[in-house]
Design a protein around this ligand. Structure first.
Ligand SMILES: Cc1cc2nc3c(=O)[nH]c(=O)nc-3n(C[C@H](O)[C@H](O)[C@H](O)COP(=O)(O)OP(=O)(O)OC[C@H]3O[C@@H](n4cnc5c(N)ncnc54)[C@H](O)[C@@H]3O)c2cc1C
Length: 461
């Protein structure tokens, strides 16, 4: 696809729409929008625009489409696969100023928001009404970025991913047309589900300016447990058994012993450095949670756990979970000079023990440094495989290991990306994962965005 360079006249047009305060071509601003949290190469946009309405976005996108200028939506830039990097330059729309709660329908458990709102801020607001939006990607992501990547996280195992919470949305299409998809009904059989089409599309089909989210009532009671094992296989077998037993954990997370070690150092904790499971259960009464705890303990004992710490109540939960947070920062701080290749496979739960073991083996066989952790209850394995991208031989080994891990997941009927999206890094697996249906995805892209202006260079090779 051939794109046009942004000209002084285009900049004047954009200024005419948003004024000169909400547009920048300053070096530091362009640098900030040239990279996400991944190690994919940086690329600056030509201009960053901070819109405040769908109408402003529509006018600028319409111009960009006519002129063949690339457009990339930007949430908080916390992606791990290069998803918001403007690889062809052009216009970046930073949604930071579109961060308002537009309507709370408390009685319907729904909220309508602008997509630039940070999900943690949204949850802080909702907690005043005893409500919350459960998908929790950990990082300070925006709702728009979560919708576009179909983000999920520690609580997905019980409540679902972002896609499960979208009722309707307002989207600016590449043509500049503004459409609303979906309704306020929590179920509907009416026609194609266009909301689901835009969820996970990584800004390649349009820019989502508004969404109405389904909400959940805050749980009355919490129970948490941290369980340690000598062998990682015992830990992962425990996970699949808990899921098969019909228990309903709100979170079930795995950290391998190397990960526990770096978290200990970074956060000055003293957890035993063994494969560890972090569990959380939500319930309406303490007595029901005690019942669940009893069963969980029995299952862990069957799998030879060596340490079991549990507690009931929100404070106990926060104490026990302290070591689960800041994994990414802990790895970074303990490995100066090394950079990660991110793995985000997800497999059916029965394959999870094999998946984890295979991942660790691929790293060890190549003499690399790697960390395995993830949302185990959802079959989601994260790995950070470390190396120096400039050291060609070493980085080739890192990529080989990554390739082997993803290939194994695909062979198990799994996916190359459970929650981070395809971006740049996982494009090469799309054909293998989707076969002939990839062609249909490409046709949908061409139909909505015939000039290929929306976030070019992502999802498709
Ligand atoms: C430490 C760390 C931990 C993480 N843990 C998780 C995790 O547990 N689960 C998880 O899912 N992710 C995780 N992530 C990845 C990341 O936080 C999520 O993918 C998040 O949803 C990205 O949101 P963002 O606002 O930063 O979006 P950005 O990175 O800015 O953008 C993401 C994509 O969305 C597009 N986009 C942004 N806004 C819009 C919009 N309004 N309309 C259309 N397209 C748009 C962009 O073009 C881009 O393709 C983690 C990241 C870090 C750094």
């Amino acid at each position: 696809m051939k794109y046009s360079k942004l000209t002084a006249r285009d900049l004047e047009f954009i200024k005419g729409v948003v004024g000169s305060e909400r547009i920048s071509t300053g070096e530091s601003v362009l640098d900030l929008h040239a990279k996400d949290e991944s190690t994919h190469p940086k690329r600056r946009p030509d201009v960053v625009v901070w819109p405040i309405s769908a109408e402003e976005i529509s006018q600028i996108i319409k111009m960009a489409n006519g002129r063949r200028i690339p457009v990339t939506p930007w949430g908080a830039g916390t992606s791990l696969e290069g998803n918001p990097i403007p690889v062809e330059g052009g216009i970046v729309f930073d949604l930071q100023k579109m961060n308002h709660v537009l309507e709370l329908r408390e009685e319907d458990l729904q909220v309508r928001v602008e997509t630039g709102i940070i999900y943690k801020e949204l949850n802080r607001y909702l907690s005043r009404y005893g409500l919350f939006f459960p998908p929790d990607p950990g990082a300070a992501a925006t709702i728009g970025g979560m919708v576009a990547n179909n983000a999920s996280g520690v609580r997905t195992i019980k409540y679902g991913a972002t896609k499960d919470f979208i009722l309707n949305m307002l989207v600016v299409l590449p043509s500049g047309e503004i459409i609303r998809t979906g309704t306020n009904a929590i179920k509907s059989s009416s026609g194609y589900d266009l909301c689901r089409l835009f969820v996970g599309s990584e800004g390649t089909l349009g820019l989502v300016t508004e969404v109405t989210l389904r909400l959940i009532g805050l749980p009355a009671e919490f129970m948490a447990a941290v369980v340690q094992f000598n062998d990682i296989r015992d830990a992962t077998n425990t996970v699949s058994q808990i899921m098969r037993t019909g228990l309903s954990p709100a979170a079930l997370e795995l950290l391998d012993s190397q990960t526990v070690q770096v978290v200990n150092r970074y956060k000055k904790l003293s957890l035993e450095e063994r494969p560890t499971l972090f569990m959380e259960f939500h319930g309406t009464s303490v007595s029901s949670l005690r019942e669940e705890l009893k069963i969980v303990k029995e299952i862990c004992a069957e799998h030879r756990h060596v340490h079991f710490d549990s507690g009931i109540g929100r404070e106990e939960r926060n104490r026990l979970w302290e070591a689960r947070y800041d994994v990414h920062e802990s790895i970074k701080a303990n490995n100066p000079g090394l950079f990660p290749l991110y793995i985000d496979t997800a497999v059916p739960i029965s394959k999870y023990p094999d998946m984890v073991e295979w991942g660790q083996r691929m790293v060890a066989e190549r003499g690399l440094k790697g960390y395995a952790f993830g949302h185990a209850g959802s079959g989601n394995l994260h790995m950070e495989i470390l190396g120096v991208p400039d050291d060609k031989d070493q980085w080739q080994k890192v990529e080989e290991a990554g390739e082997q891990v993803v290939s194994f997941a695909l062979k198990c009927g799994g996916t190359a990306t459970g929650e981070h999206g395809v971006g740049i890094g996982k494009k090469k697996f799309m054909k293998r994962e989707h076969g002939e249906s990839l062609h249909l995805m490409k046709q949908i892209k061409d139909l909505l965005d015939p000039n290929g202006i929306m976030n070019p260079g992502k999802i498709f090779e």
